[in-house]
Design a binder for this molecule. Structure first.
Ligand SMILES: *[C@@H]1O[C@H](CO)[C@@H](O)[C@H](O)[C@H]1NC(C)=O
Ligand SMILES: *[C@@H]1O[C@H](CO)[C@@H](O)[C@H](O)[C@H]1NC(C)=O
Ligand SMILES: *[C@@H]1O[C@H](CO)[C@@H](O)[C@H](O)[C@H]1NC(C)=O
Ligand SMILES: *[C@@H]1O[C@H](CO)[C@@H](O)[C@H](O)[C@H]1NC(C)=O
Ligand SMILES: *[C@@H]1O[C@H](CO)[C@@H](O)[C@H](O)[C@H]1NC(C)=O
Ligand SMILES: *[C@@H]1O[C@H](CO)[C@@H](O)[C@H](O)[C@H]1NC(C)=O
Ligand SMILES: *[C@@H]1O[C@H](CO)[C@@H](O)[C@H](O)[C@H]1NC(C)=O
Ligand SMILES: *[C@@H]1O[C@H](CO)[C@@H](O)[C@H](O)[C@H]1NC(C)=O
Ligand SMILES: *[C@@H]1O[C@H](CO)[C@@H](O)[C@H](O)[C@H]1NC(C)=O
Ligand SMILES: CC(=O)N[C@H]1CO[C@H](CO)[C@@H](O)[C@@H]1O
Length: 854
């Protein structure tokens, strides 16, 4: 868990210790700052009531569309929602006007007198679909592609918001980090606005609709059509939701933009644009003061002294209702550069911006806002021959694609679950992530900044041309500009973001107007951030196409390795089983449009100008279960949905961490029905030579040929016992691995990734159960039923086993092991310091327990 420090507390501390602000004003006029001055960012994840209907229950809809049939008389609210995008529409005459009259009805669910007592109490982030039940079989309401979970329908969330008397003159904003989807918001029975695109963060101004006191009714309506996504989207308020309270004069939403130039180890030029919004009704004279501090690696916090550099003060005279920019720059001497792990360090800085309101009659400078912007100082260059060069060093991109869901937790964002994904990816040797195919939760980028991953931040999976009948092509024309500018402004200060992707495999790659749209999106990117290149992933590239010519970087999906149209497709005679819906762990075959890892490695090694790769995919994800759409979740992952490493983990690790002394044998060696049968043995290792032994008998010594990436003994005749490999590099022993035939399942072994967790309900412990024999060896095909329980304030949030075909609800405490493994995700809620005991039990096996300490 990241230590989170309230910005409010931090700012009070700052005011008291800041010296340059005092010199910018005068000591006598400098006011003492009381608690409550400046901004407050208040989590409103608690206290919601929730209701979902599979049909339209309220007579309204964002628009008519396929996948969510609207009864006759349904009122369309799109005209009232469109103006919420205005801040991100550049040309004045393209901004939307709110209709002169209000919608004809206020839905019952948004009314004070509606009784929501029988709605379900929920806490955000919330995914209404993740606990199922799964839709199974053919022609399911929600197909395998979308994860077979009940994402569809309309969801309502309601809660009260308190506006204390002392906040009566503040601006109050609703900040939603992401809502799935077509969010529409009412405050005190007034339609405030909304945001249809589910992956953007968005802000709505609640100020005009609030009254002092605790009885402000906030109601949010979402709708999810079926056929709206190619993968599992989740449903609901699936990211954090905040109230931001500020003084009437404040730094605007995502109102800072910090860039670095002329970067060397000696110095760097840092520029800042600060956008200040005056929502008061008088002209304000505002002094903008920004200082830079170092973020301490150990704590991820910054200290107020000493500042590393200070921007020159800027004085703005801001008319009522207007927003002005304060631009300034400064030089940081001997900067600690941000660079990707492990060859560089992800050093971070923070720019602290303070606003002072000058009252000329009293000649005082009242502090009105403190705003924090994290950034990194780094130089990023793209070279056609060398690829990616960061701070002068060539960095090979060893990336993966990551979808937004978190497995058994669904789309509901959780910082610890995301951090765990990154930790396993780091162990793999991965240094880059493409956020396929949408803006991630903001906290993910905080983590990648801090952990030193590189990010391709991607915004669209489709433009005007649909991929599924009810996907976001329906809103592209209305919303592409607000979606894109909001995405860029939110994320452009993140050091980890190095490329913007404006589309993934869009249909327009090959159409006449494709390059026109690409050019428009590219131009918007450059207006918002000229420091990073654009790309779009292409799966149908031709050398003579105009489409890639308008973008800075060429991204090719599964092209270059394929001969004769296909690479190595999975089928029933090559690595697949269309009865059991499992695929082989040898990784010699893959989806018919893709390519096996070994072929990709070879192609890349023959074309060293390529900057690197993004493997499809890092972790498994919900939906898109190619090649078997009868299943619920993907097969592509290097790491399975539960977080267990597949054999292919070690294939990538051997390539991406060539100095790691590792060898990995596959398959396991417990095959009672393969006695005397040929059973190929492969070994993944960075070594150059290897010898395999079965029960002490050498199966031969192998060396790796050029452009091959594994050791293979394809003629091993199965006998139970022990398989052992000894690998060598340059003639010296490198690494060994052993697998043994296991006995019958005898007991459960339990381990927690972390036994000390915060009792805040957000922190999680990931608890793994292994089914082992009486010698302690994993029983590799064990599928015992495991029952999890937790004492006291412990709660089993979800369970999983990584099996794409398992239709047991993720909320179940009973979970069948898969490959001898099962996972429970546990949290502790409530301020109780007593330890929590998590138990795993099963029929005929010894129970196991682990103790968690809050
Ligand atoms: C599923 O739909 C197809 C096409 O409409 C139909 O042929 C098939 O019988 C249906 N299967 C089931 C199990 O309903
Ligand atoms: C709000 O502003 C009004 C008008 O300036 C002022 O009289 C009142 O005291 C302010 N309220 C608070 C709580 O600051
Ligand atoms: C300006 O705002 C203050 C408090 O917010 C209010 O008392 C005053 O009437 C407003 N003036 C005008 C001209 O709207
Ligand atoms: C501030 O800088 C931004 C970005 O470079 C630029 O677009 C804008 O015009 C500048 N504003 C002012 C007031 O100089
Ligand atoms: C591009 O190349 C393809 C394949 O060689 C060819 O079919 C197509 O006509 C070419 N298009 C243009 C615009 O030259
Ligand atoms: C399976 O794929 C292999 C190539 O990978 C091909 O030779 C074989 O004909 C395919 N079999 C079927 C049943 O499609
Ligand atoms: C495929 O799976 C089915 C069902 O689990 C099993 O009976 C069959 O033996 C498997 N086929 C192969 C070739 O392994
Ligand atoms: C396996 O091979 C051994 C040695 O050749 C032989 O004795 C045994 O009968 C075989 N077993 C089976 C099940 O084929
Ligand atoms: C093996 O030897 C070569 C040539 O001397 C050297 O470049 C390479 O780094 C060595 N590899 C290891 C793993 O020591
Ligand atoms: C209350 C008010 O006047 N707010 C305005 C402040 O300035 C922004 C940006 O110009 C406007 O969008 C608000 O309407």
């Amino acid at each position: 868990m990241l230590p989170l420090t309230s910005i409010l507390l931090m700012s009070i501390f700052l005011w008291a210790h800041h010296s340059s602000a005092e010199s910018a004003t005068s000591a006598s006029s400098y006011q003492t700052v009381a608690a409550g001055v400046g901004r407050q960012r208040i989590s409103i994840n608690h206290g919601w009531r929730f209701f979902r209907s599979e049909d339209i229950p309220d007579g309204i809809s964002y628009n008519t569309r396929p996948g969510l049939p609207s009864p006759a008389g349904t009122e369309i609210l799109r005209p009232w929602i469109l103006p919420s995008g205005n801040r991100f529409i550049k040309e004045h005459n393209k901004k939307h006007r709110r209709p002169s009259s209000e919608p004809s009805t206020v839905p019952n669910f948004a009314r004070y007198n509606f009784n929501d007592d029988d709605w379900k109490p929920v806490r955000l982030p919330h995914d209404w679909a993740i606990k199922g039940p799964f839709y199974t079989g053919d022609n399911a309401t929600v197909s395998g592609g979308m994860g077979r979970l009940p994402i569809q329908g309309v969801g309502w969330y309601r809660r009260m918001v308190d506006v204390p008397f002392e906040d009566q003159n503040e601006s109050v904003y609703l900040d939603v980090d992401g809502a799935m989807s077509y969010a529409m918001v009412w405050m005190n029975e007034n339609l405030v606005g909304g945001w249809p695109y589910p992956y953007n963060s968005f802000r709505l101004d609640l100020t005009p609709f609030l009254k002092t006191g605790s009885h402000n009714l906030l109601a949010i309506r979402l709708e999810n059509p079926t056929e709206s996504s190619r993968w599992y989207p989740g449903g609901g308020l699936y990211r954090n939701v905040w109230l931001t309270k500020t003084h009437r004069v404040h730094v605007a939403q995502w109102g800072t933009y910090v860039t670095t130039e002329d970067v060397s180890s000696q110095s760097a030029l840092v520029s800042a644009v600060v956008e200040v919004e005056n929502t008061s009704n008088t002209t304000k004279e505002i002094t903008v003061v920004t200082d830079i501090y170092e973020v301490k690696e150990a704590t991820n916090l910054w200290e107020t002294a000493p500042s590393v550099a200070t921007f020159g003060d800027v004085i703005l005279s801001i008319p009522a209702g207007e927003t002005l920019q304060a631009n300034s720059s400064t030089v940081v001497q001997y900067p600690k550069l941000w660079g990707p792990y492990p060859s560089q360090k992800p050093n971070q800085y923070v720019a602290i911006t303070r606003l002072y309101d000058h009252d000329s009659t009293r000649n005082t400078f009242e502090p009105t806002d403190v705003y924090e912007t994290r950034f990194g100082i780094r130089s990023v260059a793209y070279d056609p021959n060398k690829g990616l060069v960061i701070n002068g060093e060539k960095v090979r991109i060893q990336g993966v694609n990551q979808h937004h869901d978190l497995g058994a937790l669904g789309a509901a964002f959780n910082v610890r679950a995301a951090e765990r994904q990154l930790e396993v990816l780091r162990e793999l040797g991965c240094n880059a992530i493409r956020t396929s195919h949408n803006p991630p939760a903001p906290e993910l980028l905080d983590l990648t900044d801090r952990m030193g991953f590189l990010i391709i931040n991607e915004v669209f999976d489709m433009w005007v041309l649909q991929k599924t009948v009810a996907d976001q092509h329906l809103i592209f024309s209305d919303w592409y500009e607000p979606i894109l500018r909001a995405f860029l402004r939110r994320d452009r200060n993140h050091a980890s973001v190095v490329i913007w992707s404006v589309g993934n495999e869009v249909g327009e790659q090959t159409t006449a107007d494709g390059s026109v749209i690409a050019q428009r999106l590219h131009d918007i990117v450059k207006e918002e951030d000229s420091t990073r290149p654009t790309t779009a992933s292409m799966n149908a590239a031709q050398p003579n196409m105009s489409f890639p010519a308008v973008l800075d970087i060429m991204s090719l999906n599964y092209q270059g390795e394929v001969t004769g149209g296909v690479s190595a497709p999975v089928n029933d005679t090559s690595g697949g089983n269309s009865t059991s819906f499992y695929v082989s762990g040898y990784e010699l075959y893959t989806a018919d449009f893709g390519s096996s890892p070994d072929k990709v490695f070879s192609t890349q090694d023959r074309n060293p100008f390529v900057a690197g790769e993004f493997v499809w995919s890092g972790w498994d994800y919900l939906g898109e279960p190619t090649p078997y759409y009868s299943a619920r979740s993907s097969y592509f992952g290097i790491i399975d949905l539960a977080g267990f490493k597949k054999d292919r983990f070690y294939l990538y690790q051997s390539r991406w961490r060539p100095h790691l002394k590792m060898a990995h044998i596959l398959p396991h060696w417990t095959w009672p029905d393969r006695l005397n049968k040929t059973t190929p043995v492969h070994v993944f290792s960075a070594a150059d030579e290897a010898e395999l032994f079965l029960n002490g008998n050498s199966q031969g010594q192998k060396t790796k040929d050029a452009f091959t990436y594994r050791f293979r003994w394809d003629d091993v005749v199965y006998q139970p016992g022990e398989l052992r490999v000894i690998t060598y590099n340059n003639g010296s022993i490198w690494a060994e691995d052993t697998v043994r035939t296991s006995g019958a399942a005898a007991r459960l072994e339990i381990t927690a990734d972390r036994t000390a967790i915060q009792p805040d309900g957000n922190d999680l412990s990931f608890i793994t159960v292994r089914v082992v024999d009486n010698m302690g060896y994993l029983v590799p095909e064990a599928n015992n039923e495991v029952k999890f329980s937790a004492t006291g304030h412990g709660e089993i949030v979800a369970t999983d086993n990584g099996d794409p075909t398992d239709f047991t609800s993720f909320g179940s405490v009973d979970r069948r092991a898969f490959n001898g493994l099962a996972l429970a995700i546990v949290r502790i809620t409530g301020a109780d310091s007593r330890p929590v005991v998590v138990s795993a039990s099963g029929h005929g096996v010894e129970t196991a327990q682990v103790v968690l300490n809050p």
